[in-house]
Design a protein around this ligand. Structure first.
Ligand SMILES: C[S@@+](CC[C@H](N)C(=O)[O-])C[C@H]1O[C@@H](n2cnc3c(N)ncnc32)[C@H](O)[C@@H]1O
Length: 323
């Protein structure tokens, strides 16, 4: 068995530099914000895997069941020799796709991409061991700015599962989709997994579970700031908040300061004040309407070929081709 190869476009030093810039911008903004990619150090990636198994967290199991049901149909219309997966994480659901594309078509190569090197290494090694005959080539990079680094080497399908597209605000999403279109050749495909707008009574608990795993995941961004930038955040002094924003149709995760505090970040030469009750946004998770997504895809240069949804209309898989 050939070992999987790994291509690193984000070294540890690059990550620290990017975090410095995001933290300086976000912690001096009003209100304060931090981008969600900083949840995902090794511990954050493990916590996300725990979240996917929680009873309240319906998205992963819904997307998995939908993929199980329609993967044969996807394979019939897929033309991929190379499957590139953005934000692959543990790539748990991707095995369904790899089996179907490999059995029905010319698939030769799997390219998982993620900002989390630990998650990527684990996924690449396991898939390499499970799928003999498939070349596995991992890429550590940021899908918001280095899509041009993704390898070619055959007709591609880019998969972007898990509803991660919802973490981008509309302007970032438009830029991201245009960027994906720009790296694909006409006829190459995008398979997008997206959460749909549903009853907030089901949605909110998915981001605020009874066991407190999502709260721990949310606070992990403060541990990342402490370890990478030598900040002195007390994560226990922040409460996890998840609320549904009906106007923007997104879940917003925030961290709320439980007391007045001053945090120092020596590596940025920065002191940040929080007042009791102050909230800092750490993630949005947009929920979509299928027609709206098809319109956004069209604007980015894609023709939607198929939209599949689960029986409760909670999640959609969208297959689109570069025009
Ligand atoms: C919500 S999880 C989804 C994981 C997996 N695709 C799934 O469906 O279960 C988001 C994944 O995207 C990765 N990620 C987040 N922001 C990223 C970025 N800017 N560039 C690359 N990967 C990113 C995280 O490390 C994580 O593995």
């Amino acid at each position: 068995m050939t070992a999987p190869t790994l291509e690193i476009h984000l070294t540890d030093a690059d990550l620290t530099e990017a975090l410095r810039s995001d933290a300086r911008y976000g912690l001096t903004s009003d209100p304060k914000t931090l981008p969600p990619k900083w949840f995902y150090d090794a511990r954050g990636s493990e916590l996300f895997e725990e979240i996917t198994r929680l009873p309240e967290y319906y998205p992963t199991r819904t997307e998995r069941a939908l993929l199980e049901r329609v993967v044969g149909e996807i394979a019939q219309v897929a033309r991929a020799e190379v499957l590139v997966e953005l934000g692959a994480g543990s790539a748990a659901k991707t095995r369904l796709l790899l089996s179907a594309l490999g059995a029905a078509g010319p698939l030769k190569t799997y390219v998982p991409q993620d900002v989390s090197e630990s998650a990527l290494r684990g996924a690449a090694e396991q898939i390499n061991a499970e799928f003999s005959g498939l070349a596995v080539h991992g890429v550590v990079s940021d899908f918001t700015d280095t899509l041009h680094n993704l390898p070619g080497g055959g007709r591609r399908m880019i998969a972007f599962l898990g509803g991660t597209i919802g973490n981008l605000i509309p302007a970032e999403r438009a830029e991201f989709l245009a960027g994906v279109a720009a790296v694909l050749e006409p006829g190459e495909q995008l398979l997008l997994g997206a959460g749909l707008v549903i009853d907030p009574a089901v949605l909110v608990p998915a981001y605020d579970d009874a066991a407190g795993v999502t709260a721990e995941f949310n606070r992990n961004v403060l541990h990342v700031l402490n370890s990478r930038l030598h900040a002195d955040f007390d994560p226990d002094a922040f409460t996890h908040i998840a609320r549904w924003d009906a106007e923007n149709e997104w879940i917003e995760m925030r961290l709320e300061a439980t007391r007045d505090m001053t945090v120092t970040i020596p590596d940025l030469d920065l002191t940040v004040h929080f007042t009791r009750g102050e909230q800092m946004r750490t993630e949005i998770s947009t929920k979509f309407r299928p027609d709206g997504l098809a319109t956004e895809l069209a604007a980015a240069g894609f023709d939607t070929e198929h939209i599949w949804t689960d029986p409760d209309d909670r999640f959609a898989l969208i297959l689109a081709a570069r025009r």
